[in-house]
Design a protein around this ligand. Structure first.
Ligand code: MN
Length: 290
């Protein structure tokens, strides 16, 4: 199943070049009262919703993908976990590029662990990336994004992939500089997920997945998850050894070599095997509302 969110918080199933509007299936979700759960309700109930999505798809409105604004396929992740320097060649480039290397935790992932991005940084491809500090270097980082499907507390690597709901493309946008990663990578719009989730049953084991990003048609990063320092299963197990992963939590698995700056007006096109391609425009952030 390929699930997307689009337009005014609609939920869609993607078939070929079309979106089937299956928003009606969300009527099956339990009503939540304060306090809200620390999990994304759609992902937490994905197995129960699946037959309802199929039922609604049979009589759904069919919209061309090219005509919808794609939102993040996950609406309410409890946390966005991200792996720093998880490809050896990116570690080399980070160590030698003075813009990246500010003696700011540029070290092997085994030493620095993982970090968190604010959930308020999350957008979908149709919303684009808004640059707040155009005088500084703002980089793209393309990454395979893993969506956790069920509570995972101190799980083993051998069982970790059973805890995955699905996969999508992630952009871990980053402003370079001396501040903490959690600040530099949590600017509004600096986490882009899309174009849709491919559920685990339609995705191979994520051990040899190709990923590419082009900026204005020029290839910047092109790599394969077989070169991850810590692979997806080990990364999930590692993160779960510190905190319980919840349904809808996002794990950005790290970016390969070739990171580089983007500027307002640029167009990023990210492609990952078995998922598809998403196009993301870069613009200047709107002025603050005072
Ligand atoms: Mn990253």
């Amino acid at each position: 199943m390929r699930l997307c969110r689009f337009g005014e918080n609609r939920v869609g199933m993607v078939r070929d070049d079309y979106v089937l509007d299956v928003t009606g299936a969300l009527d099956e979700l339990p009503a939540h009262r304060y306090p809200l759960p620390l999990a994304d309700p759609v992902i937490a109930h994905l197995d129960a919703l699946r037959p309802h999505f199929q039922k609604h798809a049979a009589k759904a409105r069919r919209l061309p993908l090219s005509e919808v604004e794609l939102l993040s396929p996950i609406a309410n992740p409890g946390k966005i976990v991200a792996a720093p320097v998880n490809y050896a060649k990116h570690l080399e480039e980070a160590r030698t590029d003075p813009d990246i290397h500010h003696q700011n935790q540029v070290a092997e992932i085994h030493r620095v662990g993982v970090f968190l991005k604010a959930t308020s940084s999350l957008v979908g491809p149709g919303q684009g990336v808004a640059i707040r500090h155009p005088e500084r270097r703002n980089d793209h980082e393309v990454e395979l994004a893993v969506i956790i499907g069920k509570e995972a507390d101190r799980i083993l690597p051998g069982e970790a992939l059973d805890y995955v709901a699905g996969y999508c493309i992630g952009l871990d946008m980053t402003i370079r500089g001396p501040e903490e990663r959690s600040l530099r990578k949590s600017i509004d719009t600096f986490t882009v997920l899309g174009p849709w989730i491919v559920t685990r049953d339609e995705f191979p084991a994520p051990t040899a997945i190709g990923l590419v990003i082009k900026v204005n048609g020029e290839t910047r990063q092109s790599a394969n998850t077989r070169d991850l320092v810590i692979g997806v299963a080990d990364l999930i197990a590692y993160a779960s050894s510190f905190y319980t992963l919840m349904p809808g939590d996002v794990l950005l698995t790290g970016t390969p070599e070739g990171v580089g700056p983007v500027r307002p007006g640029d167009v990023m096109e990210a492609t990952i095997d078995h998922i598809g391609t998403m196009t993301v425009h870069v613009r200047v952030a709107d002025p603050a509302q005072h």
